[in-house]
Design a protein around this ligand. Structure first.
Ligand code: SF4
Length: 95
């Protein structure tokens, strides 16, 4: 398999030269009030801390099994440097 093949088959939020981000917060977004995904106490805060520390992102759970996208709630509140740069350069693809 060539590296081009593996790139085009990637399901990660960064693929095909774009960072894919959820067009809207899903109805069960972890950034909505009320712990709609029933996360263990402290888990949400840990996920945010980890993603920020790694200059990464939180992937939308609705997209984990398919073509993945960055959680819209995370993008709006905690866009890490790579996400900010991608947005400035026009490399965001809304999904
Ligand atoms: S978190 Fe979404 S936009 Fe947030 S996460 Fe989950 S399904 Fe979605």
């Amino acid at each position: 398999m060539s590296s081009n093949d593996s790139l085009s088959r990637s399901r990660k939020p960064f693929r095909d030269g774009k960072v894919h981000v959820c067009r809207a917060m899903c109805s069960t977004c972890i950034f909505r009030p009320g712990n709609l995904m029933h996360l263990e106490e402290g888990r949400f805060e840990q996920m945010v801390r980890d993603a920020k520390k790694k200059e990464s992102c939180i992937v939308c759970h609705e997209t984990l099994d398919g073509k993945q996208a960055v959680c819209r709630g995370f993008f709006e509140r905690h866009a890490t440097q790579p996400l900010q740069i991608a947005e400035r350069l026009g490399y965001i693809e809304w999904q």
